[in-house]
Ligand binder design. Structure first.
Ligand code: ATP
Ligand code: MG
Length: 256
């Protein structure tokens, strides 16, 4: 698979990402501790992919970064700011999250789905919001589909609308949680291409994925997690070609 695609996402538009630093993060659901001492840094305009077995805490980590679930201890820094002290809605304007299920409003068009967030959260006028929304949809290759409702779009197109919606907020960091895993196989590539283009256009990205080909080609850094801990961090070359731990070797032997 190649990730150079003709999608016009960059469109001359360069993002200015921020550094994301996670320091000794611990998280629990009730009594059950699921993240232990997780430390990693995503440098501005780079992509970090998080890989690891089911239940290792990857989604929990992303939920902690934008505080859908409050961490127990540790620090999260976004640029120079303590993310755990920002107001959650302000934080979520600065950190976009794209999930497996795209949660578009079914009764609104693609354009409205993107524009509504701008009107509600950024308090833009309808006209300005729609103008911006159209520009973002063009970036994800969907300008011609702006007036379609979600049910008249493929899963991959719906996910691209969800990405356009997140991008419209001009986040400093984008988090992706298995963004392609609910898609039919033939639609996966278009969304991965879009994510690769975003990475190239300067977005700071923290990407949970089981697409090892994507991690290998696009990531600047790969983080392997198991049982709530970071086991290894390195370049794709280091992680995939010379894993240091038995756990990573075992994981790779199962997924590659
Ligand atoms: N809301 C919750 N309440 C209690 N336990 C939870 C909750 N969400 C997740 N967990 C537990 O926390 C641990 C980490 O889950 P998490 O969803 O972060 O894993 P994951 O690495 O994203 O897995 P997957 O690859 O299957 O998505 C698991 O043991 C899971 O059962
Ligand atoms: Mg998960």
């Amino acid at each position: 698979m190649t990730y150079t695609s003709p999608l016009p996402v960059t469109d001359g538009h360069f993002y200015e990402g921020s550094r994301l630093q996670i320091e000794s993060l611990a998280m629990a659901y009730g009594e059950i501790e699921v993240l232990k001492d997780v430390t990693l840094t995503v440098e501005p305009a780079t992509t970090t992919c998080v890989i690891g077995p089911s239940g290792s805490g990857k989604s929990t980590l992303l939920r902690g970064v934008n505080r859908l679930h409050e961490p127990k201890s540790g620090r999260v820094l976004l640029a120079e700011d303590d993310a755990l002290r920002l107001k959650p809605d302000l934080l979520r304007r600065r950190v976009g999250l794209v999930f497996q299920h795209f949660n578009l409003f079914p009764d609104h068009t693609a354009l409205q789905n993107v524009a509504l967030a701008l009107q509600n959260v950024k308090r833009m006028s309808k006209g300005e919001a729609e103008r911006r929304a159209l520009a973002r949809l063009a970036e994800v290759g969907l300008a011609e589909r702006a007036d379609h409702r979600p049910r008249d779009l493929s899963g991959g197109q719906q996910q691209r609308v969800a990405i356009a919606r997140a991008l419209a907020m001009e986040p400093e960091v984008m988090l992706f949680d298995e963004a392609t895993s609910a898609l039919d196989p033939e639609l996966v590539k278009g969304v991965l291409n879009l994510m690769a283009e975003l990475a190239q256009s300067g977005m700071t990205m923290l990407v949970v994925t089981h697409e090892m080909g994507f991690a290998r080609k696009v990531a600047d850094q790969v983080v392997f997690m198991d049982e709530g801990r970071v086991i290894e961090t390195g370049t794709p070359e280091q992680i995939f070609n010379s894993p240091q731990s038995e756990r990573l070797r075992l994981f790779l032997s199962e997924v590659l």
